[in-house]
Design a protein around this ligand. Structure first.
Ligand code: AMP
Ligand code: GLY
Length: 422
């Protein structure tokens, strides 16, 4: 069977490597892919948001199954369009993807169905939002309603910072239409946990939990990034917490989406904060997380394609989803300066023995050689019996790779290690 994966980052590389383990898989086409993913699949250069071109490609390449990964094509109805052509897909349709593409929708869903989340207010006009901020205390969180490349959330430490965020979003239109409507919400405290789940709209199967490291620099300082590294499992996510999340958050969310006639199939990602009043939802994503996927899938023992097809066919309850009892750590190598200004086009040297552990996010092929082509260039993932072992090995792998001005955080997993030892 030929497969098509829509997207082109480290997460898609991890998905491609896992899908290839199934012997029935013939060619995997990636749209657009990147110079590094091209080691493991056929990359096409077709944009992940060009739905017409994606459909034309599916028609001409005998695609048996498609995996639609990034938020944009999901929100644009890529799954709807492919299914209309008769191509079965992994991922939610546009009606269900709104759980990520509209924070207002997500917050109102949680409020209506009693799913624990931060208290909030919705604003359509800047002056009303600014007036409201005069009556609440910082810290407080300001969120653009729509997709904003992960930059639409400001955790404001002062009232002025919150007001600046409102002006940037609603008046200066920093995020275009995404910031025309905003949510202002209570600031929660506690460890954060990412839980990716498979769901077919009835059954919810959580994957192994993980911990992201979103800030650019050590000690969780510096600007927010797309993620500088991850570990799995997350030591804060105990069996008792997992049971509570299933009963109070995961199943209620899937049922709520059914009640709203927006049945969700695919990977539903729960960004959780474990507060002293119990776990609460910080955000929903309608897709695999990046770089969470790069630690979660290497721990998956069962066949990914079989599980994905079960979410499409509604047979997840009868499908084996087994994770290895081990630890994984992913260290991201970025170009110095990321997420602000950074260089591209730097020659990239990856030793052959490191390749199996590498997930390439931003690289291109130039004159037959690999060069950097993004802020986050790649991630290295190690799996080991202990967290300490996984961290040490991930850094050994990362240090074996060379490009000029390569940068990584040196403390990926340190907080998890401290929590585990506490
Ligand atoms: P997001 O861009 O939605 O992934 O959010 C970015 C980060 O903002 C999250 O990972 C949290 O660390 C933080 N955040 C979002 N909402 C809240 C909240 N209500 N309270 C505290 N931190 C939050
Ligand atoms: N790592 C967070 C995300 O994928 O949104």
């Amino acid at each position: 069977m030929n497969l098509m994966v829509i997207g082109g980052g480290g997460r898609e590389h991890a998905i491609v490597k896992k899908l290839r383990e199934n012997p029935a898989v013939e060619t995997i086409y990636v749209l657009p892919g990147n110079g590094g993913i091209a080691h493991d699949a056929v990359c096409t250069g077709i944009s992940a948001t060009d739905i017409d071109a994606i459909c034309a490609f599916a028609r001409s390449h005998d695609i048996g199954y498609a995996v639609v990964t990034p938020d944009d094509p999901l929100a644009l109805g890529c799954v709807d369009a492919l299914e209309d052509l008769g191509v079965p897909c992994f991922g939610p349709n546009a009606k269900a993807a709104v759980i990520e593409s509209s924070k207002i929708f997500a917050k109102c869903l949680m409020q209506k169905y009693g799913i624990p989340t931060a208290g909030f207010r919705v604003f359509y006009e800047a002056d009303k939002a600014l007036d409201y901020l005069d009556h609440v205390n910082a810290p407080i969180v300001v969120k653009a309603d729509g997709l904003a490349l992960g930059k639409g959330v400001v955790v404001a430490q002062t009232r002025q910072e919150a007001k600046d965020a409102v002006v940037a979003m609603m008046e200066d239109k920093r995020f275009g239409a995404s910031g025309e409507r905003i949510v202002i919400e209570e600031c929660l405290e506690g460890p954060e946990v990412s839980v990716l789940t498979f769901t077919d709209g009835t059954t919810v199967v959580p994957m192994v939990s993980s911990m992201d490291h979103k800030r650019a620099h050590d000690g969780d300082t510096g600007p927010n990034t797309g993620g500088m590294g991850t570990v799995a499992p997350n030591p804060y996510y105990t069996d008792a917490v997992a049971r509570e999340c299933m009963e109070r958050i995961f199943l209620p969310t899937v049922r709520a989406m059914n009640a709203e006639k927006r049945t969700f199939r695919g990977c539903l990602y729960f960004g959780l904060m474990l507060t002293k009043n119990g776990p609460k939802v910080i955000e929903y994503n309608c897709r695999f997380g990046d770089p969470e996927t790069q630690v979660v899938l290497p721990l998956l023992e069962s066949d990914l394609l079989t599980i994905m097809r079960a979410t499409t066919e509604g047979t997840l309850a009868e499908t084996e989803v087994k994770f290895r009892d081990a630890h994984a750590c992913c260290v991201v190598l970025a170009s110095a300066g990321y997420p602000l200004a950074y260089e591209k086009g730097l020659p990239l040297d990856i030793p052959a023995e490191t390749w199996p552990h590498v997930y390439v996010a931003g690289a291109a092929e130039k004159d037959g050689a690999l060069v950097t082509n993004g802020g986050r260039v790649l991630g290295c993932t190690a799996v080991a019996p202990t967290l300490r072992g996984a961290i040490d090995e991930a850094y050994r792998l990362a240090d074996s790779i060379h490009f000029d001005n390569a940068y990584c955080r040196r403390d990926i997993g340190a907080r998890a290690l401290a929590a585990q030892e506490a």
